[in-house]
Write a protein that binds this ligand. Structure first.
Ligand code: TPP
Ligand code: SF4
Ligand code: MG
Length: 297
């Protein structure tokens, strides 16, 4: 029997004919619910870039799963026509690891915020990277807790005035780029929603990468962060490609990742292809959904 996808396409034709893959467009990937983000929120740019990347890579909606935690940014899976899970605060990577190990046929993209991923989810972040789980993690880094109305996040700048730090933060922020490189992530990039085409390419690269890919993305919160605005990043961001950076140079990647000032690099900092992903290390996991339990007790 023919299977009709949400795109209206038929995956199986008449007997004997080769199944045809319908071309998925950005429009096909639009979810049933419209985003309730504030007008001008950077997260619109991440959603658009992700849809573009999925369409350009030629995935069908049922071949992709987006998994998130909690936060404004973590609402993203609800706005996309793919499989999706909106999980617990900081727990998206743990759920995604289970999903990836159980079903290698799904392309899993984890989406969330800086508070979700680098704060409450920091433990999972670290261990998912050292395990090199085959996931793409897009963090909408707005350097604030947006959903809870503007408290300090792990990436908020030192000295920043927020609702929870009215006299300025005394803490040093997390820098996810060198952290991810040191922890064992095998694809480490930074994007900016003000550079859409560039962001699409970084996401596509992450999805195609076999192993853990981080795409930390400047996605300004127009309501609660008046320091790290679209204009702030527009003036400072510079593409690594234009800086002659080699993403296989570990020390160069660490050095560029630590730059934060008049120049803030965006692009691919680090990639290595010589390490197996977690599911490639264990024969039973390697079988994925093709594993049969027949004959076992
Ligand atoms: C266990 C738990 N602790 C705290 C919260 C409250 N909470 C919800 S979202 C959030 C912060 C989200 O910040 P971030 O991940 O940066 O997302 P943004 O809203 O900025 O996109 C917090 C603290 C919660 N929902 N669950
Ligand atoms: S509060 Fe900030 S992060 Fe949340 S939707 Fe509004 S602009 Fe976006
Ligand atoms: Mg945030």
């Amino acid at each position: 029997m023919d299977t009709v996808l949400e795109t209206g396409a038929t995956t199986r034709g008449q007997a004997g004919l080769k199944p045809e893959r319908a071309k998925v467009t950005v429009k096909d990937l639009k979810g049933r619910v419209d985003p309730d983000w504030c007008p001008g929120c950077g997260d619109f740019g991440v959603l658009a870039a992700l849809k573009q990347a999925i369409a350009e890579l030629g995935f069908q909606p049922h071949e992709v799963m987006t998994i998130s935690g909690i936060g404004c940014s973590s609402n993203l899976p609800g706005y996309l026509n793919t499989y999706g899970m909106h999980t617990l605060h900081g727990r998206a990577l743990a759920v995604a690891t289970g999903a990836q190990l159980a079903n290698h046929d799904l392309k899993i993209v984890v989406t969330g915020g800086d508070g979700d991923g680098y704060g409450i989810g920091g433990n999972h972040f670290l261990h998912t990277m050292r395990r090199n789980v085959d996931l793409t993690y897009v963090v909408m880094n707005n350097q604030i807790y947006g959903l809870t109305t503007g408290q300090l996040s792990p990436t908020s700048a030192k000295g920043m005035n927020t609702k929870s730090t009215p006299f300025g933060s005394v803490e040093n922020p997390v820098n996810p780029i060198p952290l991810a490189i040191a922890a064992g992530a095998t694809y480490v990039a930074r994007g900016f929603t003000g550079q859409q085409k560039h962001l699409v390419e970084l996401i596509k690269g992450g999805v195609q990468h076999r192993g853990f890919a981080l795409i930390d993305t400047f996605s300004p919160c127009v309501t609660y962060n008046h320091d790290n605005t679209h204009e702030f990043f527009k003036q400072r961001t510079r593409k690594l490609e234009e800086m002659g950076h080699d993403p296989t140079d570990f020390h160069g990647a660490m050095e560029k990742g630590r730059l934060w000032g008049d120049v803030i690099p965006i692009g691919l900092f680090w990639r290595r292809e010589d390490l197996p992903a977690l599911d490639q290390l264990e024969p039973v996991l390697g079988e994925g959904t093709r594993h049969s339990s027949a004959g076992r007790c």
